[in-house]
Design a protein around this ligand. Structure first.
Ligand code: SF4
Length: 376
């Protein structure tokens, strides 16, 4: 079921029920951008149905103490990744910088290109960033012992299960996401609980940490992470407001794409690849010193997370992927705030807790390092 053919799925639903039934636990759930445009298919809705509000309502009915959006973690990722890219460009750092949200791709580079482990961004992925904030800032704000907080991530992805246990992502030997379940596992839980999903009234995510931008929701599709990052990096580099936040030249479903964005009289050259065969081509270029890019987004699954191994099966039907992708762009368009650095709750989190993006505490909590691993 994993499009990268690297993983088989282990059912973690019993662990979630166990946490929800434990009165000592404060169980926080977060749901990834790609879930809201795909889970409806498992309740007989057409591909591309946007069911964000019903999803939140279902998670509350299941008994989670707080319901959050991994999009908030994606906005945090943009803040950190845009600063890191600017830092590398301005201080002669390693270029191109590669996005690092996809654990299957990170594992691929560690094992297959161990000489290039300094090229990915050091940013942890959005759900790990959110789990870290839940265990630190949120636990303190709610006056709850971090050891009592259980963070459950609903992900489109089987590789995220292993990612959550990576020691490189822990803080003081504690991992900040406790359980990962896939879109399909969540749908099974909703059915098991007898919840009539399509009849649910829309509900909103909890606050604080519940406001999200349009930039964060497009993290779910190929090209979305780098588009979101450029919406912020452009304004930070030029000091000018973007007239149009959409970088349509970064969109599409071709396996390898590229675009050049004019900034301050120069060009920031972007590469995008989805599918590990395509990623390999761009990595070989970096290895041979022929890469022309400043930044590259790589996603292991065809289409990005909308086509992830934990999503409703689409059996290679590109039409389903297109509909999910269109739905994410529609959700982005409908958002009042469409750039991560204009999300008020993100700005408050930096002001009240994290300090500067890419600063000392942000580094301690939200960044990591990769190590070469044995070739497999
Ligand atoms: Fe997971 Fe696939 Fe998304 Fe990578 S692209 S994070 S493997 S769902």
């Amino acid at each position: 079921v994993c499009p990268t053919a690297a993983l088989t799925e282990v059912n973690h639903v019993p662990k979630v029920w166990e946490a929800l039934n434990d009165p000592e636990k404060f169980v926080v759930v977060q749901t990834a951008p790609a879930i809201r445009v795909a889970i409806g298919e498992l309740f007989n809705m057409p591909a591309g149905s946007i069911v964000t509000g019903k999803l939140v309502a279902a998670l509350r009915k299941l008994g989670f103490d707080r319901v959050f959006d991994t999009d908030f973690g994606a906005d945090l990722t943009v803040m950190e990744e845009a600063k890191e890219l600017i830092h590398r460009i301005e201080h002669g750092g390693r270029l191109p910088m590669l996005t690092s949200c996809c654990p299957a791709w990170v594992s691929f580079i560690e094992h297959q290109f161990p000489d290039l482990v300094d090229v990915p961004s050091t940013c942890k992925s959005p759900h790990i960033m959110f789990g870290t904030i839940a265990n630190t800032f949120l636990a303190k704000k709610l006056n709850i012992e971090p050891s009592k907080v259980t963070v459950v991530s609903i992900m489109p992805c089987i590789a995220k299960k292993a990612e959550a246990a990576r020691t490189e992502l822990s803080i003081d030997d504690v991992n900040n996401v406790d359980i990962v379940i896939t879109t399909r596992e969540l749908a099974a839980m909703i059915k098991e609980a007898g919840i009539d999903f399509d009849k649910l009234q829309d509900e909103d995510f909890d606050h604080p940490l519940g406001e999200t931008s349009g930039a964060s929701v497009i993290f779910g599709t190929t090209g979305g992470v780098i588009e979101a990052t450029m919406r912020t990096a452009y304004e930070w580099l030029t000091g000018e407001e973007l007239k149009k936040v959409e970088f349509k030249q970064l969109r599409g479903l071709e396996g390898i794409r590229e675009a050049a964005i004019p900034i301050n009289g120069e060009e920031i050259r972007i590469g995008i690849a989805h599918g590990l065969g395509n990623a390999r081509q761009l990595l070989e270029e970096i290895r041979s010193g022929k890469s022309k890019y400043h930044a590259i987004e790589i996603m292991a699954c065809p289409g990005g997370c909308i086509g992830g191994g934990g999503q409703p099966f689409h059996h290679g039907n590109e039409d389903v992927i297109k509909k999910r992708q269109e739905a994410l762009y529609k959700e982005d368009k409908n958002k009042k705030v469409r750039q991560s650095h204009k999300n008020k709750e993100i700005l408050e989190l930096y002001e009240n807790y994290l300090g500067q993006p890419y600063g000392k505490l942000a580094h301690e909590l939200l960044h990591t390092r990769y190590r070469p691993k044995e070739r497999i």
